[in-house]
Design a protein around this ligand. Structure first.
Ligand SMILES: Cc1cc2nc3c(=O)[nH]c(=O)nc-3n(C[C@H](O)[C@H](O)[C@H](O)COP(=O)(O)O)c2cc1C
Length: 182
């Protein structure tokens, strides 16, 4: 799929078909997502994919801070991807101090780029996705048994779409967001 077309036609999907996503397809998506840029190429982002229905139900019921919208999305998805990041690397100097006065910002920045790269790669392979930001970080970390040095940055629900094409929610116009300085 052509890049601009992929960027513009990707949508957040919250309903999915019952079809499981083949492991090979998930591997292809991560194979592409690993080319996302990162702070000094530190590549701190990790992808944990949950397919187990009992675990998905547990996350849906207990790990989304009671946000029913996300609970429903997780109960419908084929797999849930936990985007985590090895902490204290991105945005840090070797001596353990922050490199800039933006502190922890760069760890999230890397994870955001990785998440969008993942979603675009998924989209180009026919897999629908939605990034979920409302979740209980410590509970997700605990139920997924993530290593102590990783922070949960986002969840991505994925599955095969049941809506062929979705209209984009309204976007601001270019002249509202572009500021040129001569
Ligand atoms: C950081 C971030 C957090 C988000 N959190 C949620 C969420 O918790 N639940 C949800 O349904 N959608 C969530 N979304 C999806 C947005 O609502 C969606 O991207 C936006 O409405 C634009 O729609 P589009 O992705 O189809 O273009 C999130 C998106 C981002 C980037």
């Amino acid at each position: 799929m052509e890049t601009i077309t992929a960027i513009k036609s990707r949508r957040s999907h919250r309903k999915f078909s019952n079809q499981k996503i083949e492991t090979g397809v998930i591997e292809k998506i991560v194979e592409a997502a690993r080319f996302a840029p990162s702070w000094k190429n530190t590549q701190t982002v990790r992808y944990t994919v949950i397919e187990n229905r009992a675990l998905l139900d547990e996350i849906s019921e207990h790990c989304v801070m009671g946000f029913a919208f996300n609970a429903k999305t997780i109960s419908r998805c084929a797999s849930l991807v936990v985007i985590s990041s090895v902490g204290k690397i991105s945005g840090y100097e070797k001596n353990g101090e922050f490199s800039t006065n933006l502190g922890l910002h760069w760890q999230s920045f890397d994870a955001g780029i990785a998440a969008q790269t993942f979603c675009l790669a998924a989209h180009s392979l026919g897999v629908a996705s939605v990034i979920l930001g409302i979740f209980d970080e410590s509970r997700i970390k605990s139920v997924c048994k993530l290593p102590e040095n990783q922070d949960v940055m986002a969840l991505i629900a994925i599955g095969y779409p049941i809506e062929a094409e979705k209209e984009a929610p309204k976007r601001l116009e270019v002249n509202e967001i572009l500021h040129m300085i001569d």
